[in-house]
Design a protein around this ligand. Structure first.
Ligand code: NAP
Length: 308
């Protein structure tokens, strides 16, 4: 199949281009002018910024894709400029996705697969939720509420892309592995190594992890499937922070995380980290296993988190 990967220089996008080619697909990589020199090996390179509608329309039509994959984010900026990383990522999820849907339709693509996140659900109900759980669009933190609203808009745009453009949304769990925040040299890895990620009392927030290689594998499965809808892409072991954080610290060879009185957590950790470590819900991958026929090669984060 002819496949276009948008976000082809990213942590997921780059290995995805290689994985799709290894399966025999003809893959075009969409890159921005500024990262042209860093483009992956591909069957074709097309150049556009997704926020530039005209440029994107012409780049996508030049690639004539049957399937378009959206792996764009600006989260690489997280370390240096978090507000800009979130603002740009929200724009990519809303405006960028709208442009990509329009461009895919205009180019005659029949399928669109887009990256979303599996940790945007409102923290209500059981510790592990399926895809039908409401998103936390009314989170008390304005920054996270804006992020979740952008995620909801991306998903709406992809699922409502029209009768001729079938949409699949892959809600990835918390990524770990090379190039991610949880790699030894990533933002979270460095924070834990410095002993600066304490565990709020109880540590009941649940995280569903996903190795980056499994994020790539699930995207390949989604490209090759006809299934539409929203799919959690997570490993098999949703884990409360009280389990994963001390294990992760041990594996990294970091100091054991100290316990933080719950009342101090928001001030010391910020709203999002407190939410993640104390009340967030995990994401069940059952629907994905049944519908996409995909399962993780790394079903248990314990084997790899903190090792690479
Ligand atoms: N589920 C999760 O936990 C999750 C999900 C996503 C990301 N992350 C974290 O975020 C970090 C980066 O991962 P990532 O691969 O998503 O981000 P990334 O490395 O920033 O890759 C995103 C891709 O989007 C492209 N892009 C950005 N803005 C664009 C624009 N305006 N037009 C066209 N393309 C644009 C980038 O291209 P350029 O080369 O031109 O910048 C890049 O190819 C990692 O630490 C990862 O762990 C986590």
């Amino acid at each position: 199949m002819r496949v276009l990967v948008a976000g082809a220089t990213g942590v997921i996008g780059r290995p995805l281009v290689g994985a799709l080619r290894a399966r025999g697909h003809e893959v075009s990589a969409l890159v921005r002018e500024s990262s042209r020199a860093d483009a992956p090996d591909a069957d074709g390179i097309v150049v556009a910024d997704a926020l530039d509608r005209e440029a994107l329309l012409s780049a996508v039509s030049a690639a004539r894709p049957e399937v378009v994959v959206h792996q764009m984010s600006a989260l690489r900026l997280l370390r240096d400029d978090p507000p800009e990383a979130f603002a740009q990522t929200a724009r990519l999820r809303t405006e960028g996705t709208a442009h990509l849907v329009e461009a895919a339709r205009a180019a005659g693509a029949r399928r669109l697969v887009a990256q979303s996140i599996a940790f945007a659900a409102a923290p209500a109900g059981p510790p592990v939720l399926d895809e039908d759980a409401p998103l936390y669009v009314d989170a008390p933190d304005p920054g996270w509420a804006a992020t979740v609203r952008a995620v909801a808009e991306l998903e709406r745009l992809v699922l409502d892309a029209g009768p001729d453009l079938a949409g699949a949304v892959l809600r990835y769990g918390t990524l770990y592995g090379p190039g991610t925040a949880y790699a030894r040299d990533g933002g979270t890895g460095q924070r834990v190594l410095a002993g600066k990620l304490p565990l709020p009392e109880g540590g009941a927030g649940v995280t569903s992890f996903l190795h980056v290689a499994d994020a790539v594998g699930a995207a390949v499965a989604a490209v090759e499937s006809d299934a539409t809808g929203v799919f959690h892409v997570t490993d098999d072991e949703p884990a409360p922070a009280a389990q994963w954080l001390p294990h992760y610290a041990r594996t990294l060879g970091a100091p054991s995380p100290r316990t933080l009185p719950a009342a101090l957590a928001p001030r010391l950790l910020g709203w999002f980290m407190t939410h993640q470590l104390t009340e967030a819900r995990g994401a069940s991958g059952e629907r994905t296993r049944a519908t996409l026929g995909w399962k993780p090669l790394r079903p248990d984060w314990r084997e790899g988190l903190g090792r690479e």
